[in-house]
Each structure stands twice: as structure tokens, then as C-alpha cells.
Design a protein. Structure first.
Length: 285
């Protein structure tokens, strides 16, 4: 038995349902697709524990942004492996412009350690010696008071930022040859020097001083007659000092106020204190 009007009602319901479906499809089609912001972070200078705190704070302040860390395993980076340029850079402030940074936020002060193996009898290298070693005019340790053997200059393994700080300080004309080796990290060179008797490398002074407590085979050379140490870094007598900071490129320059807040935050300052860095004014953090 059919009830009057049931067919008409069914047609109405079908039409209404179809209209809703069509409207929903149109709405979804025209709904703007929100792109998830992605930022690439490059770290040249800080130890893992400091970078992790900085990364955690960035992700907390930017919950809708995907932040990936370049070279998390600290392997040497070659030109081929760099890929997309980084958006955020942790490096020596004198290098940030070369990475494309439009703004920089200072974070800490550090020095550059000149490293050799503990078995090496020398305790200091003069500026002229360093220049000739860089230029490969001086290749044997016996010419600078060491034992007979070729100097293994860890160019590719040494931190790029640290090598450039040495080059700048002594005005060594080898920028072009180093420029193609944007690779290495202080952790890498510290481990290599500690395990290779003929090696010479450059690394973060703060990281090297801390590593020396666990690596007795590591020796830090005096620079211009000044012994490397936390005291000589703090009082300014250690000549190879530099500022470290955050660089922001065009892709994230809008985040400058947020990163300034991040740099001054207690978790970040605590991490820097724990790692024994100095403030940019030279005082202990």
C-alpha cells in the first residue's frame, strides 16, 4: 500500500541530500589549503645539548611549523650535500651574512682552540707558522719543534666557522680554498685530533676544554703567548674569541621578535650556562 505523497516526499529528500552534497563539495573545493610552514635549521657551532634546547623552544613557540635540523649526526657537509639553503643558522656572527642571514641575534661568546694530539711536544704555533701550514708551505712537524712527520691539517674535518675565525684573525689569504669546504663540526674535529697523533685541527674552545676532561690525548695550544682556558676567554686575553648567534634569512625574517624572545628565554640561557659559554659582554652566563 502506498501512502499519498510518499513518492513526492522521497524526491524532495533526494534533492535536498544531493544539494547538500554538492554544496559541501563546492565548499571543500574552494576552501584554501593551508600550507604547513617548513623551516630548515643549520648548526655550525653549538653542542648537541644546546641545539636540542633551542630546537625544543622553537617548536614550542611555533607549534604549527615543521623545523628540521640539518646534519644532526655532525658529519662533514660538502657542497653537494647542503641541498636547500638553511632558513635559520647557528654560527659565528661574522659568517651569518655569507649564509644569507638578513638579521642576527647574538647568543654567546666562545673562542677557537688550536688542537693537537697530546703526544705532540709543541705547545704553541706562531702566526707565521699557521699561515704557512694553511698554505701548505710548511708540512712537517719537526720544522715547528715537533717530531719528524707530516702535519695532518684537518681542513675538511675542522669546523668551517672555526677555521674562518683563524683565517680572519691572522689575515691568512686562503679564504677561497676553504670556502668550498663548508663542512665539519667541533665535535668531529675534537674526536679526530684525539685519535690521530699527527693531526692539527680547530674547534670551539668551550667544547674543547670540556672534552679535554674526558680525552687526555687532546692538547690545546697557546695562542700568541696566551694559554687557552675559561679564565683567559672571560678576561679577554685569549685572542681567538668570537660571538655566536642565530641568523634569520628572508624566508623567516618575520619571526625576528619571536627569536629575540627565544634567545632571552630561561631554558636557552640555562642551556648556555650549563655548557659554560659566556654572554656576548664577556661575562659568564
Amino acid at each position: 500500500m502506498k501512502f499519498p505523497g510518499s513518492g513526492r516526499h522521497k524526491a524532495y529528500l533526494t534533492a535536498i541530500t544531493a544539494g547538500i552534497v554538492v554544496s559541501l563539495l563546492v565548499f571543500l573545493f574552494w576552501l584554501p589549503v593551508q600550507q604547513v610552514r617548513q623551516l630548515k635549521l643549520r648548526n655550525d657551532v653549538f653542542p648537541e645539548q644546546v641545539v636540542q634546547v633551542l630546537l625544543d623552544e622553537m617548536r614550542r613557540m611555533l607549534p604549527d611549523t615543521v623545523i628540521t635540523l640539518d646534519q644532526p649526526d655532525l658529519r662533514p657537509v660538502t657542497r653537494e650535500s647542503l641541498g636547500r639553503p638553511a632558513d635559520i643558522i647557528f654560527s659565528d656572527t661574522d659568517l651569518l651574512k655569507s649564509y644569507g642571514a638578513l638579521e642576527q641575534i647574538p647568543l654567546a661568546r666562545d673562542g677557537v682552540a688550536i688542537l693537537v694530539h697530546a703526544e705532540n711536544p709543541i705547545r704553541e704555533l706562531m702566526a707565521r707558522d699557521l699561515e704557512e701550514i694553511f698554505l701548505r708551505k710548511l708540512r712537517n712537524w719537526k720544522l715547528v719543534g715537533g717530531v719528524d712527520g707530516e702535519i695532518d691539517l684537518l681542513r675538511r674535518s675542522s669546523g668551517y666557522a672555526e677555521m674562518m675565525a683563524v683565517v680572519r684573525h691572522y689575515n691568512i689569504p686562503v679564504r677561497r680554498s676553504i670556502e668550498t669546504m663548508r663542512g665539519g663540526h667541533s665535535k668531529l674535529v675534537i674526536d679526530k685530533v684525539a685519535g690521530q697523533a699527527a693531526s692539527l685541527g680547530f674547534a670551539s674552545l668551550v667544547m674543547a676544554l670540556q672534552a679535554q676532561q674526558q680525552l687526555p690525548s687532546l692538547k690545546l695550544l697557546a695562542v700568541d703567548g696566551v694559554d687557552p682556558g675559561f679564565n683567559s676567554l672571560q678576561d679577554g686575553s685569549y685572542p681567538l674569541h668570537r660571538a655566536l648567534g642565530i641568523g634569520l634569512t628572508e624566508s623567516c625574517i618575520d619571526l625576528l621578535p619571536l627569536f629575540q624572545k627565544l634567545a632571552a628565554s630561561e631554558p636557552v640561557q640555562h642551556a648556555l650556562r650549563e655548557a659554560a659559554y659566556l654572554s656576548t659582554s664577556g661575562h659568564a652566563l
